[in-house]
Design a protein around this ligand. Structure first.
Ligand code: UDP
Ligand code: MG
Length: 317
């Protein structure tokens, strides 16, 4: 039987300190899998340079000149890790592969777990998701916000395991399906869980970052989370409608009561405090709801402009 061709997709943004040893280690993994006859000798690594401003791309080019098992793509500017991943998936699908595994350039994920991903793929899974054994390496803030985010997503109907990651394998079939989705702001973790392909899970250990600093700051993480929610679920909008209805009902009851008191008892209360409290309370709720609706309007606005997801600068095939 023909062995599957594996493409390892590695998004990188200013990772000059990591790329070289990452490439070496991943080449070792591929060599090992070829030797065990689990993947074909045409397997390769595909770096996506997400608009780095350091020497990352020079290093990738140098590696590509040494071996054709290293290929790469450079974005014209920074588009963010999710788009780098999507670009990687789309490109390796076009270049040719039977399955793709995505892994971070700092190799925080255990690269030797790739063998177990391939085993699951060979058993028939179309999506194999990596689940972290723990979040030891994350800061307290990141850990708590991540757990809150996954809890919220699950409440909203996305069946995403809590310690999910972008370390995953997807088959050629899944890659083709991904290409059918024209959305610009895809939330990949939600997508692969929702689309209904045969999914398997692999647990892996997270290591500390190899070198350099995390490329995710608070603003980027918030953006990712908000995009995850608004691109995946409209439940928050429903909640607003229900909330609005309850508030209207409440207003109607209170209004009727005031009118009855005024007409029949004529004792206009001097409820200054109550007025202010209610004003602030409902004012707050309204602004909050407007904000949520605004997020969705923003999402529609971004999608409707139909700008390209990313712009390629150079590709090394
Ligand atoms: N990354 C990217 N574009 C960005 C930010 C990050 O391609 O705008 C890449 C980064 O190079 C790395 C991966 O995404 O390969 C995960 O980033 P990082 O390790 O900094 O995140 P953390 O592990 O701290 O969550
Ligand atoms: Mg990392």
């Amino acid at each position: 039987m023909k062995k599957p061709t594996l493409a390892i997709v590695v998004p990188c943004f200013n990772e000059e300190l990591c790329i070289k040893s990452t490439a070496e280690r991943l080449l070792q993994v591929i060599a090992d899998l070829i030797e065990k006859e689990k993947v074909s000798p045409e397997s390769y690594i595909y770096f996506v340079d997400d608009g780095s401003t350091d020497t990352s791309w020079d290093i990738i080019t140098e590696l590509h000149n040494q071996t054709s098992a290293i290929k790469g793509l450079k974005f014209i500017r920074n588009f963010g890790n999710q788009k780098a991943l999507i670009a990687g998936y789309e490109s390796v699908c076009d270049l040719g592969c039977d399955c793709a595994v995505s892994i971070d350039a700092d190799l925080q994920q255990d690269e030797w777990a790739i063998e177990r991903f391939i085993d699951k793929f060979n058993e028939g899974a179309d999506v194999v998701s990596g689940i972290r054994n723990s979040r030891k390496t994350d800061s307290f803030f990141k850990k708590t916000t991540a757990v809150m985010f996954y809890k919220l997503m699950n409440l909203l109907g996305a069946k995403i395991p809590v310690n999910h990651s972008d370390f995953r394998l997807i088959s050629k079939k899944a890659l083709e399906i991904l290409k059918l989705y024209p959305e610009k702001y895809m939330f990949l973790r939600g997508f692969f869980n929702e689309v209904g392909l045969k999914t398997a899970y692999v647990n892996f250990d997270v290591k500390p970052r190899m070198a350099g600093e995390s490329k995710f700051n608070f603003v980027k993480l918030m953006g990712l989370a908000l995009n995850g929610i608004t691109s995946f679920s409209i439940v928050p909008l429903r909640i607003i409608s229900v909330l609005g209805f309850i508030m209207a009902l409440f207003g109607f009851v209170v209004g009727t009561e005031t009118v009855i008191e005024k007409i029949f008892f004529n004792n206009t209360p001097n409820g200054w405090a109550t007025t202010i409290i209610l004003l602030c309370f409902f004012g707050g709720i309204q602004i909050c709801c407007l904000g949520i609706i605004g997020e969705y309007v923003g999402q529609v606005y971004r999608e409707v402009k139909a700008r390209p997801r990313y712009i390629k600068d150079t590709e090394l095939k």
